[in-house]
Write a protein that binds this ligand. Structure first.
Ligand code: NAD
Length: 248
């Protein structure tokens, strides 16, 4: 049976930002398929397990949303990982994995969801990119490359989706308070040669003009805005929310 409510597929929905997005969209009245490598059955939305570094994982997630809800209106490509290392030591298998999850997965999700997104003339594709889609930082070669790439993908989707009413945007936050950031502290300390206790202030918050972490709920509110009536003029653009990082 086809849901009467809008349906969103959110990836990385068991993690920091994805969970907040799934929760916000559910509270706003959407049916949510909450996709993750390690899904949380207690989390917001309908939990679905998929490894999004694989082609089958991405095709399977879109198929599951359509099978369960009969429609798909919003895709939020959010799942992500990080690896911090100087280029000469950067593990090649981590490069492959990061590119697969941060760039190829959004491409595959868009490809498989495209007809469903076009069906009602108001589909939305939102990538959770990063300020790193716009600027670089040392020791994050794979992440920065993939995030720049996903902005290119979003711009392309916006052009291809215009006539079908599909809007595509890339949310570009600065540092957000999530496990992904917390797990970087030890590696950042090593790569930058600073005390782990100083990493938050001296490395992570250094590029923010406003010295705080962004909360996952703030990113979720931006996604909710973009897929709502106020977001109808936004397509093919980075939606930057980085506390002044890229102003310099
Ligand atoms: N935290 C930040 O500061 C920040 C800033 C800008 C952008 N982002 C982006 O936001 C997104 C979410 O990041 P987060 O900070 O919430 O991370 P997180 O580590 O809290 O959550 C990521 C989620 O992705 C899932 N995941 C990992 N590998 C997967 C796979 N192969 N298949 C399916 N799911 C997988 C994890 O299980 C986890 O639940 C990422 O794309 C990240 O690059 C984060």
């Amino acid at each position: 049976m086809t849901s009467e409510r809008r349906v969103a597929l959110v990836t990385g929905a068991a993690g920091g930002i994805g969970r907040a997005v799934a929760s916000r969209l559910r509270d706003d009245g959407l049916d949510v398929l909450a996709v993750d490598l390690r899904p949380d059955p207690q989390g917001p939305g309908t939990a679905f397990q998929a490894d999004l570094t694989t082609r089958e994982g991405n095709a399977g997630a879109v198929a599951a949303a359509l099978e369960r809800f009969g429609r798909l209106d919003v895709v939020v490509a959010n799942a992500g990982i990080q690896h911090v290392a100087p280029i000469r030591d950067f593990p090649e298998e981590r490069w492959d994995q990061i590119l697969a999850l941060l760039l190829t997965s959004p491409f595959l999700l868009a490809k498989h969801a495209w007809s469903a997104l076009a069906e009602r003339g108001d589909g939305h594709f939102v990538a959770i990119a990063s300020a790193h889609a716009l600027v670089a930082s040392p020791y994050k070669a794979a992440y920065v490359s993939a995030k720049h790439g996903v902005l290119g993908l979003v711009r392309t989707l916006a052009l291809e989706g215009g006539e079908a009413g599909i809007l595509a945007t890339a949310v570009c936050p600065g540092f957000v308070r999530t496990p992904l950031v917390e797990s970087q502290v030890a590696d950042q300390a090593k790569a930058h040669g600073v005390d782990p206790e100083r990493v938050l202030d001296d490395v992570i918050l250094q590029p923010h003009a406003v010295k705080r972490l962004i909360e996952p709920e703030e990113v979720a509110a931006t996604v909710a805005f973009l897929i709502g009536p106020g977001g109808r003029a936004f397509t093919g653009v980075p939606v930057t929310m980085d506390l002044g990082w890229t102003a310099r």
